[in-house]
Design a protein around this ligand. Structure first.
Ligand code: KIV
Ligand code: ZN
Length: 516
């Protein structure tokens, strides 16, 4: 079971990553990310926490039913009913894992659980044993491990193994670890806890040490790392998938014989997709996937890289998918070239979805000289979001603004063929457009996040806008793409409104009170 040469990549973007403040992915978005994670080649996808909400349950079940390749994991507290619910969501997966956790630190036990050591031990035994009745693949995590007294942690971990846990995950829940100290902890646990299990590490980034601590854990014998794409996760986030994977690959000398199954050329695309769907921008200087990761500013550096890339680059940009094929399409490109190009980019759509994306491409190609692969990716992503919601679509938008007078907007939206027109005034043209949409759709929400970025460089770049909207207790994100940022913003706002309506109609309200 414990292959010493295999480093298992356990991706928790859809669970811990989704717990990042302001992120709220619906089932369709989670499924899209899960499909890409499968293409990337991760070993496990932690798809969610099924007991947290009906929406999360359905998302985990949809992923378990459709995503091929990686095993699908779901998180569960130790309560037997939670474990059963988790299994209900997972049971149709090709391979499924139940991830059971309970807090073991004095801080958590006293202030959150209100349980003593005996109760936590008993809950560990019963939760893990119940999970093992459903599947032979059971992971156990003592939450806040790095602030847990060692004697107690060993007792809990041994109880978990004795009751059927096959992976012991050591979470540095609050990012308290220091690499050599965390490595020593892992070594100690591996020596003291008897049985056949894989040791896993789950590091948070509160001190910016999540990747370093994870690698220290691997050096000490851990063979699973829990990661999130772009380092998403609670507070400062989790160890970034792309960093951990590339560190093991580039510094193979430090991890002799060890390898992951990740297809690194898919890293940049995965990072962009997650950024788009979560609304979390990628830091410019983010390691591996940031847009500056392969840019050289100073003359000396440029000279060096032109002479030989190895002078200032340790990673080949192609190997992480950072140099796109830069396939360029323009207004003269036909449907065939369009769908061929998408297929080359590993985007497979057909029927109505392809027609809609092609029409939108033509519309934008008329306004912009050429569209790159990154532009196409953004257009398809927006269109796919639209199709799923399909409530209101933007028919037209007219705005006026400037330094004189009050900015105004008039929108016409379509719902089931019926036109609705409304006007709005605001602090700027974007605000006015959003107010007009509010008036036209009747959905009154508060914008809690707004991010605009250029899909590619240059003044004629497509603007890609992501908004986060809160309406009636529901938090959603919406995305819009256009050559005009006001239009992109209106599209993003409308897509968020559509999502709110869809969730309301399915009464899929997220219950925030249950959380790890
Ligand atoms: O950080 C943490 O402790 C977790 C556990 C649920 C594994 O996310
Ligand atoms: Zn965590």
């Amino acid at each position: 079971m414990n292959d010493p040469d295999k480093l298992v990549i356990f991706d928790t973007t859809l669970r811990d990553g989704e717990q990042s403040p302001g992120i709220s992915l619906d089932a369709a978005e989670k499924l899209e990310i899960a499909e890409q994670l499968a293409r990337l080649g991760v070993d496990y996808i932690e798809a969610g926490f099924p007991v947290a909400s009906q929406g999360d349950f359905e998302a985990v079940r949809a992923i378990a039913r459709t995503v091929q390749g990686p095993a699908i994991a779901g998180l569960s507290r130790t309560q037997v009913s939670d474990v059963d619910r988790c299994w209900d969501a997972l049971r149709d997966a090709e391979r499924a894992r139940i991830h059971v956790f309970i807090s073991t630190s004095p801080q958590h036990m006293e202030h959150m659980l209100k349980m003593d050591r005996g109760q936590v031990l008993a809950a560990t035994r019963s939760g893990v044993a119940r999970a093992a009745e459903h599947t032979t693949d059971v992971e156990f995590s003592p939450q806040d491990a790095t602030r847990t007294p060692l004697d107690f942690m060993l007792e809990v971990l041994q109880a978990a193994v004795d009751n059927g846990a096959t992976t012991l995950n050591i979470p540095d829940t609050v990012g308290y670890g220091i690499p050599w100290d965390f490595g020593a902890l892992i070594q100690y646990i591996r020596r003291e806890v008897k049985g056949d299990y894989v040791t896993s590490v789950h590091c948070h980034n509160d001190l910016g040490l999540a990747t370093a601590n994870s690698l220290a854990g691997v050096q000490a014998g851990a063979r699973q790392i829990e990661v999130c794409v772009n380092g998403l996760g609670e507070r400062a986030g989790n160890a970034a998938l792309e960093e951990v994977v590339m560190a093991v690959k580039i510094r193979a000398d430090q991890f002799p014989g060890l390898s992951t199954g990740v297809r690194t050329e898919e890293l940049a695309r995965t990072s962009r997709l997650v950024s788009r769907l979560t609304g979390y921008p990628i830091q410019y200087n983010k390691a591996v996937v940031g847009r500056n990761a392969f840019q050289h500013e100073s003359g000396i550096h440029q000279h060096g890289v032109l002479a030989d890339r190895s002078t200032y680059e340790i990673i080949d940009a192609n190997s992480v998918g950072q140099v796109g094929s830069q396939i360029v399409l323009g207004k003269h490109s036909g449907r065939h070239a369009f769908s061929d190009t998408l297929a080359k980019m590993n985007i497979h759509i057909s029927g109505d979805m392809l027609n809609a994306a092609f029409n939108r491409f033509k519309e934008l190609a008329d306004r912009k000289v050429e569209l790159t692969d990154a532009d196409l990716e953004a257009i398809v992503a927006e269109e796919m979001g639209e199709r799923l919601e399909d409530t209101y679509s933007l028919e037209s938008l007219e705005v006026s603004g400037g330094t004189v007078g009050v900015p105004r907007a008039t929108v016409v939206v379509l719902r089931a063929g019926e036109k609705m027109e409304a006007t709005g005034e605001g602090d700027g043209m974007i605000d006015a457009a959003c107010k007009a949409i509010k008036a036209a759709t009747g959905v009154d929400g508060t914008l809690t996040g707004f991010n605009v970025s250029a899909v590619t460089g240059g003044v004629d770049a497509l603007g890609d806008v992501i908004v986060q909207l809160e309406a009636g207790g529901i938090r959603v994100s919406g995305r819009g793409v256009s050559t005009d940022v006001v239009e992109a913003s209106a599209r993003a706002y409308l897509s968020a409104v559509n999502k709110v309506l869809r969730i309301q109609s399915r009464a899929e309200v997220r219950q925030d009170e249950v959380g790890p």
